[in-house]
Design a protein around this ligand. Structure first.
Ligand code: SAH
Ligand code: F3S
Length: 447
């Protein structure tokens, strides 16, 4: 078989898209390798959501082009959001590229590879799929083992048009996938070894709002997936506060296998900034959502994304973000310094906050989150938690590593010889190291 090297930048949807390309390419005779020097085909799946992500892609290309000089038969492809957005420009800038696919056209990867081998100019294939339905046919890949934690796309695109964000332009309109197809994929993944299912989308909780033949709401989909035998854990990401519902709260309460963690990005704690960001809710409404959720599900972990230094953000407005972080007492946060994304509306506005201030604000959010995370980690000491054993550890004196229901990375001692990857171990947390919980497998064993 020929070999393909797939490099992935960006969000979990990109990871899922790369896995999909791997399966499609497997069917046309390519096996995935992690050695780019040995590859016959290299595909870089790109991200353009922040400037940093973009720079990483360009620097990787610096390393890839010499490989092409050494082996002129090497096929070099670019996929993902940067490819979607900058396709034609990249084709001119890097003539050694063979093909360019957008997130909406990766289903064509095998055709693109075949065609690219026959032509000299880069093939640019980035048109949005204009079909009404969003379908990812379940492939017949019975022999291909699935990941223990497997990603399943349920909705694509985003209709929210937050003023800073490029996603609605690179991934197009929201379209949901028929529930039956999702269930079929989950059944196939479970059969091939998956135990934890991550439902994915830029906005999973907008699921079902657009054009399904059999309309169902997001929380109903959760109940549906939870019924599939063999699914031991269910998670989803990312949800949007504007589409948060009571149905979701009910699902957390009702479904044991729906893990108690919600990633609900808030971006800012100040109402004027939230409005400029076009997030569609106030800070108070966000606080209220979390309060209602915690009333119903007291031990739920909540994480979020934060942007500092949005155009015109004052020091006092930034402090509202710190206040909100402290009050909500997030378990984790992904914090970003605002960077204009050409094509997104806010990129037309003056980027008023000096870089030095952005840096300082970012540091303050990181310091605060660090304190909150360490405190919330400490609260687990002495508790017993169920860990899905995901990896064997080779150092630090622990034997295994996995995640708790609240998504804390946990190192396990005392499992050697008795635990296997994929088991659920009951672990008593003894201490924490940074944001990692460390515990001992209890005598009660698995389950
Ligand atoms: N659908 C996802 C958003 C994907 S982008 C969601 O709602 O979470 C992931 C995160 O990147 C965003 O939540 C935001 O915090 C950050 N981000 C997006 N555009 C950005 C920009 N122009 N500058 C800085 N951070 C940005
Ligand atoms: Fe981006 Fe806002 Fe959608 S952050 S992905 S436009 S919800």
């Amino acid at each position: 078989m020929k070999q393909v090297f797939l490099e992935t930048f960006g969000c979990q949807m990109n990871v899922a898209d790369s896995d999909r390309m791997e399966s499609l390419l497997f069917q046309s005779g390519y096996l995935r390798t992690d050695q780019k020097e040995e590859a016959d085909l290299i595909v870089v799946n790109t991200c353009s959501v922040r400037e940093k992500a973009e720079q990483k892609v360009y620097s990787l290309f610096g390393q890839l082009l010499p490989l092409k000089e050494k082996n002129p038969d090497l096929i070099l492809g670019l996929a993902g959001c940067l490819a979607q957005q900058e396709g034609d420009r990249l084709a001119r800038r890097i003539p050694d590229l063979d093909f360019i696919l957008g997130p909406d056209t990766i289903e064509n990867i095998s055709d693109a590879v075949a065609q690219a081998a026959r032509q000299t100019k880069p093939l640019v294939w980035t048109r949005f799929d204009s079909h009404k339905e969003y379908s990812i046919p379940v492939l017949d890949v019975e022999d291909q083992p699935a990941n223990l934690s497997a990603f399943v796309n349920i909705i694509k695109g985003c209709d929210k048009f937050c003023s800073f964000c490029i996603v609605p332009y690179t991934r197009g309109r929201e379209k949901s996938r028929e529930a039956e197809e999702i269930y079929a994929e989950v059944r196939s993944l479970v059969k091939r070894g998956a135990k934890e299912i991550f439902l994915l989308g830029q906005n999973v909780n907008a699921y079902g709002k657009h054009g399904l033949n059999k309309p169902i709401a997001f929380h109903e989909l959760l109940y549906g997936v939870a019924e599939i035998p063999g699914v031991e854990r269910l998670r989803f990401t990312t949800s949007y506060p504007g589409d948060f519902t009571e149905g979701m709260i009910r699902a957390y309460k009702d479904l044991d296998i729906l893990m108690n963690h919600l990633h609900l990005p808030v971006q800012s704690g100040n109402d004027r900034i939230l409005e400029l960001m076009r997030r569609g809710h106030t800070a108070a409404e966000y606080r209220d959502m979390i309060a209602r959720l915690r009333d119903a599900v007291p031990d739920i972990a909540v994480s979020s994304d934060i942007i500092v230094g949005f155009p015109t953000e004052t020091e006092a407005e930034f402090e509202d973000t710190l206040k909100l972080m402290e009050e909500v007492d997030f378990d984790n946060n992904y914090m970003f310094s605002y960077s204009p994304r050409p094509g997104a509306p806010a990129a037309e506005w003056e980027d008023t906050v000096p870089e030095a201030d952005k840096k300082l604000r970012l540091q303050k959010t990181m310091d605060l989150q660090n304190r909150l995370t360490l405190k919330n980690a400490q609260a687990f000491v002495g508790r017993k938690v169920e860990i899905l054993v995901a990896e064997r550890m080779e150092r630090n004196g622990s034997d295994f590593k996995g995640r708790s229901p609240q998504y804390w990375t946990t190192h396990i001692t005392g499992g050697n010889g008795e635990l296997n990857i994929g088991d659920t171990a009951v672990v008593e947390i003894k201490e924490t190291k940074g944001r990692v919980l460390i515990g001992r497998r209890t005598a009660s064993g698995n389950g």
